[in-house]
Ligand binder design. Structure first.
Ligand code: KG4
Ligand code: ZN
Length: 338
């Protein structure tokens, strides 16, 4: 049968991305233009700057994705685009670019949820490499990004049962905020990981919010605990033990994420665990999940952990196969839950 080829567009935050994905899995091209350097001086994503930068780069990014795949618009079965959640001004740029492309070409638009995109990154493999094993249902998906931290049970494609989520900060947000406390640069996740490499994870005992009896998470208490220690060092005019603080903070986050996910996987008799979202790039988290042998764990390769369009193409494929065709006046949904 002829392959289904989808061009995907993602612009929900500070990455302008386009990709072509075949049959929801094989990555024919993948282009990501990151704005990280631009936002560094603000210590986080500056929304107006983000949307303006998306406008400047999106057409070049899309052209490059099509060129690298050696495809033209007429070869596409659909254009998948992130509809939300994300920054309104950033989402609109991708959405409008998608509409502009399909107009007059009779190509359907398929709106995709960014969070389901992250989950679907686990299905993607490079077309020039052997196919990776497909995740098996029912699976327990831990989604850990800059804006979200949640556990979802998936019993089938595009079917999510949210069991719990963070009551305050997302895991990535905690990394970003604690990095700032420690004087480390944005984005905080990679900075903390780097600093933690030379630190002792047992140097400080930080709280683990277990929230027993629920599948929810909480990271604001941990962040406050780090802040309290930082203040003590400042009051005593002592240099911050940045490496030890970073390592101990990271260990607390990893501990909670791994134990809760394993617990949920057991409770719901999952066949596999899937970990996705920007924080799934964290080495300590990956190692902790791979060290346990109770459940097979599917974590996307590093280049698919942070925002990209390949994952949107993979999720879009399943929506397309189910008949989803969105109208040309499709709106963005900045707070769209999974
Ligand atoms: O999924 P993502 O790229 O964007 C959102 O959808 O939010 O996730 C970005 C988040 C940021 O908070 C960033 O600090 C975190 O992922 N992150 C990491 C690492 N790489 C990115 N956190 C911990 N360790 C990392 N290596
Ligand atoms: Zn994301």
């Amino acid at each position: 049968s002829t392959p289904v080829r989808i061009l995907a567009i993602e612009s929900s935050c500070d990455e302008t991305a386009a990709a072509v994905v075949e049959n929801g899995r094989a990555l024919l091209s993948n282009v990501v233009a990151t704005q990280i350097e631009l936002h560094k001086k603000y210590g986080g994503v500056f929304p107006e700057v983000a949307s303006r930068e998306h406008i400047k780069t999106i057409y070049a990014v899309i052209d490059q994705a099509l060129q690298q795949a050696h495809l033209g618009l007429s070869d596409l079965d659909a254009v998948a685009v992130t509809r939300g959640p994300g920054l309104a001004g950033s989402l609109v740029v991708g959405m409008n670019a998608a509409k502009g492309l399909v107009l007059g070409h009779n190509i359907p638009i398929v709106g995709v949820n960014h969070l389901e995109g992250h989950i679907y990154s686990a299905w993607v493999y490079r077309a020039d490499e052997p196919a990776t094993p497909e995740p098996k249902f029912p699976l327990m998906a831990l989604l850990v990004s800059g804006g979200h931290t949640e556990l979802n049970l998936m019993t089938d494609h595009i079917t999510y049962q949210r069991l719990g989520s963070t009551l305050d900060d997302a895991a990535g947000e905690a990394f970003d905020k604690v990095a700032r406390l420690l004087g480390l640069s944005y984005p905080g996740g990679p900075s903390i990981q780097k600093a933690a490499a030379d630190g002792d994870p047992k140097a400080f005992t930080f709280p683990r919010a277990r929230l027993e009896g629920t599948w929810n998470f909480s990271f604001s208490g941990l962040k406050t605990a780090v802040l309290r220690v930082v203040r003590q060092f400042e009051e005593h005019h002592e240099p911050l033990p940045v490496a030890n603080l970073a390592a101990s903070f990271q260990a607390a986050v990893v501990d909670v994420l791994v134990s809760k996910t394993l617990h949920a996987a057991r409770a719901y008799k999952a066949k596999e665990i899937l970990v996705a979202g920007g924080v799934s790039a964290n080495r300590a988290l990956r190692e902790a999940f791979l060290a346990q042998k109770e459940f097979p764990v599917n974590i996307p390769p590093l280049f698919l952990c942070t925002d990209n369009a390949a994952m949107i193409g993979a999720a879009g494929y399943h929506r397309y196969q189910r008949g989803q065709r969105d109208p040309l006046d499709l709106d963005v949904l900045p707070t769209w839950p999974l």
